[in-house]
Write a protein that binds this ligand. Structure first.
Ligand SMILES: Nc1ncnc2c1ncn2[C@@H]1O[C@H](COP(=O)(O)OS(=O)(=O)O)[C@@H](OP(=O)(O)O)[C@H]1O
Length: 307
């Protein structure tokens, strides 16, 4: 797949303990590391492109008892630093704290409890106070091949990340973990391996896709909420890909094209399982599987790849 490259203009990544991160994250690293979690915090943890926005929407709707309006008000109230992009009273805002930017940390500090926060950090870089306070963690994993495809298109359109180059070039970048937030394999393994030691619900994107009601029920129970069947059905409906693609609260249409150029690739792109089959050549697939087996050796995690 040929692409125009604009390497001169795109920011490059920097590293913290060998993990490539955006410069804004690295510049504010001490504030991030010293972030004080609270025992009743819920932290949504994901590798990028694994369904972060989706699970955030599900959690929001559960918190607001399925009331879409309240949900939107809550988002506006707890503004993401990127809110500057959406001129009030325009309700189109991004979801809140990635715990990656200084302002995100400040805003998280100011949030009333109980807080729902989110991060793409791998376990080894998480602020230690989350472990110390025995917080709840909600991890969503997505199969590596679809993640890679989604990340590739995201890097094409996200002007704040390095240009991905060609698909062939990106294949190498991804498997060597040289993408923002580091290696998919290490991230997923890292969170999977500690899941029984903490209060953690570990979900798979593919399972939510297959049976959203069942998976949303799990989230509800994990959050200690008990919503009736009508509300549950409403949450399933409102968090479908089709609805979220149309919803300005979730489709990031408020973000200027100088940041996310959705004419290159939409943020809500396809939302399917198995799109990797439209991208991987047979040779790439064989090579990927070989690398995958080696990197994931010894772990019990199993991914539905709808092969
Ligand atoms: N409701 C719903 N159903 C199914 N799939 C969904 C949904 N919402 C978001 N998505 C898809 O998730 C991908 C984006 O992942 P993230 O939200 O984790 O991206 S980010 O890391 O926060 O930038 C991206 O995947 P791709 O379409 O494969 O690129 C989104 O389309």
């Amino acid at each position: 797949m040929a692409l125009t490259t604009d390497l001169g203009r795109r920011p490059q990544l920097r590293e913290v303990a060998g993990i490539p991160l955006q410069a804004t994250t690295v510049d504010n690293w001490s504030q991030i590391q010293n972030f004080e979690a609270k025992p009743d915090d819920l932290l949504i943890c994901t590798y990028p492109k694994s369904g972060t926005t989706w699970i955030q929407e599900i959690v929001d709707m559960i918190e607001q008892n399925g009331d879409m309006e309240k949900c939107q008000r809550a988002i506006i109230q707890h503004r993401h630093p990127f809110i500057e992009w959406a001129r009030p009273p325009h309700p189109s805002v991004l979801r809140w704290f990635l715990l990656a930017y200084f302002k995100g940390v400040e805003k998280a500090r100011a949030m009333p409890s109980p807080r729902t926060l989110r991060t793409h950090l791998p376990t080894q870089l998480l602020p230690p106070s989350f472990w110390k306070n025995n917080c709840k963690f909600l991890y969503v994993a997505r199969n590596a091949k679809d993640c890679m495809v989604s990340y590739y298109h995201f890097q094409r359109m996200n002007q704040m990340l390095p240009d991905p180059g060609t698909w062939e070039e990106y294949f190498e970048t991804f498997v060597s973990g040289k993408v923002c937030w580091g290696s998919w394999y290490d991230h997923v393994k890292g969170w999977w391996e500690i899941k029984d030691r903490y209060q953690m619900l570990f979900l798979h994107y593919e399972d939510i896709k297959k049976d959203p009601k069942h998976e949303i029920q799990k989230v509800m129970q994990f959050m200690g909420r008990n919503l009736n069947e009508t509300i549950l059905d409403k949450i399933v409906q409102e968090t479908s890909f089709e609805k979220m693609k149309e919803n300005p609260m979730t489709n990031r249409s408020a973000v200027p094209t100088s940041i996310l150029d959705q004419s290159i690739s939409p943020f809500m792109r396809k939302g399917t399982v198995g799109d990797w089959k439209n991208h991987f050549t047979v040779a790439q697939n064989e090579r990927f599987d070989k690398i995958y087996r080696k990197k994931m050796e010894g772990t019990s995690i199993d991914f539905c790849m709808e092969l």
